[in-house]
Design a protein. Structure first.
Ligand code: NAP
Ligand code: MG
Length: 488
């Protein structure tokens, strides 16, 4: 490992006084049940699992584990609710969705703290990004509910029926909003399964849904592990599967529903290329690189996990990056100064550590800041790998952690080849002062989203999704409605 010079020593530990967000306004129950047919009910087999705080390993709550019998109950309740819900005028459906959005806003602080407690992300991010964006997805799709004839002019659309929705742990409430809001706007009913390590905000959302007066059975939330997800996928009364998660599970789902009438959207993994040209505003680009890979500890499907920097500015950019990561604050997710929170689970930490080992064994040059990390909890220092090439596993495979693989390029054709040489196709970033270069690259890069002179910008009105092994179908924006309707 390259040791930082004294000049670069990890200074964050003394830079700021602790400023933790208060938890005294937060209500978390000791035990959570399944949300089926508008009620919280105990699981059929009486089994529960624990959700822990990844920053201190303390158990937060016990969570019901839904069996196939519970999933069957949830799907039947969604199926029963479908006819009436679909028949409601769009304006009425919109009112419920709007109400859910307002309730999320009203309880935004509570949601933000619980998201950070359960998943380990910095409070700054859950407060300023996850929760406001989740509310904005509900607001946005509330607006579409009575305007579907404008969304699809001259075409009559019908809802699909019961949507089975399975989401990951990196943006728990936001992913729930991405899935539930367009499904409701178009008149579908829902069975949603949050990830095992981050079920709490989805269950809080269930409380809000109940409070909103949404008709019973329109949204059902079942907690559990992979088997619960599989039971949703395989249920014959489910008409659509919307899945966000790993490419491996996505492939299993595609096989499992082959030969059925189920519609499918898959939002899977990524290995985004962040491309820095010599004419870029270098200091801004460095901030962009940091945001692209270290936002949410790198647990981001569209993370800029590959940096492609033009050779003429590579030394400068790498030096600035090393300096910058020395000042990133690692620690308590509830502290407002924290830049890098806890890794979501011990399992994910092991995966990341394994990849760091592989990167070193493959001959990459590692750089990590020194300095303390908390004694208990799942922590990973921001990590740079220099001198890596296309064939390295850390360049090809998704690590889903704060690890950046840095490569250089000389020409525009070379960088396009390198950026596209991956099984994934979710995101990319381009940094240059030249507009024509931006337009040229955005056409050539095989990625669902290409950001120019920025990174990780999200908006409810904008579609998001991938090519190749990053999946298919789009969520967000007008495109997001399309996945939940059939054309007459
Ligand atoms: P994962 O293991 O695929 O899990 C995703 C969800 O599927 C979880 O709720 C999981 O339950 C469930 N699941 C697991 N096995 C299943 C099965 N056999 N059948 C049905 N459901 C099953 O992925 P993850 O590790 O939680 O999430 C990280 C991945 O998600 C990364 O690859 C990332 O790139 C991707 N992601 C993509 C996007 C996008 O929009 N493209 C957004 C965010 C994340 P458990 O929690 O109990 O395992
Ligand atoms: Mg947890």
């Amino acid at each position: 490992m390259t040791k930082p010079s004294n000049k670069n020593a990890f200074v964050a530990s003394w830079s700021y006084e602790a400023a933790p967000e208060s938890t005294d306004h937060i209500q978390i129950k000791k035990q959570y049940e399944l949300f089926i047919n508008g009620e919280f009910i105990a699981p059929d087999n009486g089994e529960y699992f624990e959700t822990v705080n990844p920053a201190n390993h303390q158990v937060i709550s016990k969570i019901a584990e839904a069996s196939a019998t519970d999933v069957d109950k949830a799907v039947n309740s969604a199926d029963k609710a479908f006819k009436k819900w679909a028949a409601l005028p769009g304006k009425e459906r919109g009112k419920f969705i709007f109400r859910i959005a307002r309730l999320i806003q009203e309880r935004a602080r509570e949601f933000a703290v619980i998201e950070s407690l359960d998943g380990g992300k910095p409070i700054r991010e859950s407060r300023d990004i996850d929760i406001p964006l989740a509310a904005s997805h509900f607001f946005y799709y509330a607006g579409w509910a009575d305007k579907l004839s404008y969304a699809f002019p001259n075409r009559e659309v019908k809802p699909l029926g019961v949507a089975g929705q399975i989401i990951p742990w990196n943006f728990p409430l936001l992913m729930a909003a991405w899935k539930i809001a367009p499904a409701l706007a178009t008149g579908n009913t829902v069975v949603l399964k949050p990830a095992e390590t981050t079920p709490l905000t989805a269950l809080k959302l269930a409380e809000i849904i109940k409070e909103s007066g949404l008709p019973k059975g329109v949204v059902n939330i079942v907690t559990g592990a992979g088997a619960t997800g599989a039971a949703i996928v395989e249920h014959p009364k489910v008409n659509k599967i919307a899945f966000t998660g790993s490419t491996g599970v996505g492939k299993y789902i595609q096989k499992a529903i082959a030969g059925t009438n189920k519609k499918l959207t898959l939002e899977l993994g990524g290995k985004g290329a962040n491309i820095i040209f010599e004419d870029a505003a270098i200091d801004q680009a460095v901030e962009g690189i940091i945001n692209a890979i270290f936002f949410n500890q790198g647990h981001v499907c569209c993370a800029g996990s590959r940096l492609l920097v033009q050779e003429s500015v590579a030394t400068l950019v790498i030096e600035k990056l090393k300096n910058r990561i020395n000042s990133l604050v690692i620690g308590d997710p509830l502290d407002k100064n924290t830049d890098i929170g806890a890794i979501n689970s011990e399992k994910q930490l092991q995966t990341i550590q394994e990849y760091i080992k592989i990167g070193i064994e493959e001959g990459g040059e590692i750089y990590q800041p020194d300095g303390p990390t908390p004694k208990i909890g799942n922590w990973c220092r921001p990590t740079l790998f220099i001198n890596v090439s296309q064939s390295h596993r850390i360049v090809q495979e998704e690590i889903f952690g704060p690890v950046l693989a840095i490569q250089t390029f000389r020409t525009i054709d070379e960088v396009i080849d390198k950026a596209n040489n991956t099984p994934f196709g979710l995101s990319a970033g381009v940094w240059t002062e030249k507009g024509s270069k931006i337009f040229y690259l955005t056409q050539k890069l095989k990625a669902g989203v290409v950001w120019a002179n920025t990174y990780n910008k999200f908006d409810a009105t904008s579609p998001f999704g991938g090519y190749k092994e990053s999946g298919f179908g789009r969520e967000g924006g007008l495109h997001g409605l399309k996945s939940y309707v059939k054309f007459q």
